[in-house]
Design a protein around this ligand. Sequence first.
Ligand SMILES: NC(=O)c1ccc[n+]([C@@H]2O[C@H](COP(=O)([O-])OP(=O)(O)OC[C@H]3O[C@@H](n4cnc5c(N)ncnc54)[C@H](O)[C@@H]3O)[C@@H](O)[C@H]2O)c1
Length: 146
Amino acid sequence: MYLERKNIAVAGAGYVGLSLAVFLARRHHVCIVDVVREKVDMLRRGESPFENRDRPVIGVYRLTMKQGSDNFRESAVLDMIDSLRKKGAEVLIYEPLLKEALPGCRMERDLTRFSTQSDMIIANRLDRQLAQVREKVYTRDVFGRD
Ligand SMILES: NC(=O)c1ccc[n+]([C@@H]2O[C@H](COP(=O)([O-])OP(=O)(O)OC[C@H]3O[C@@H](n4cnc5c(N)ncnc54)[C@H](O)[C@@H]3O)[C@@H](O)[C@H]2O)c1
């Protein structure tokens, strides 16, 4: 079947968008956009943004225990981070109040980048900010209220 060559734009160079774009580019002119600058730069260099990671990235969304609190020195999640690191996971922290990264952990200040890089996200509360990546979130806040 003859298909006219089209100009196609794809938003989001993730697993779905990039696979689709590569497939469509066999017959069409495809332009792909992404909010993560590093991803776009890699694609421009002809590199794949999909990492062959040999260990999972566990995202930790906020270190504070209570909403509105700025105290995370006593936070129970610190013990969890320690255990995860001992088990070989890479821990990525999203905590806007944190001034510098915790030893052995990476820190991300941009929520979209944090969500994209995390294979799974641990959160004390099911914050509205996490709605778009709900399927990655593990929380004890099963009723979405604390
Ligand atoms: N992967 C699957 O098997 C699957 C199945 C069903 C539905 N989905 C849905 O399809 C969508 C994409 O899934 P995915 O696995 O490719 O996710 P992904 O996280 O791998 O990719 C999403 C990409 O979109 C980019 N992005 C986010 N906001 C953007 C914006 N405003 N403009 C441009 N780029 C933006 C991100 O940086 C990321 O690169 C999600 O909504 C997901 O829930 C995925």
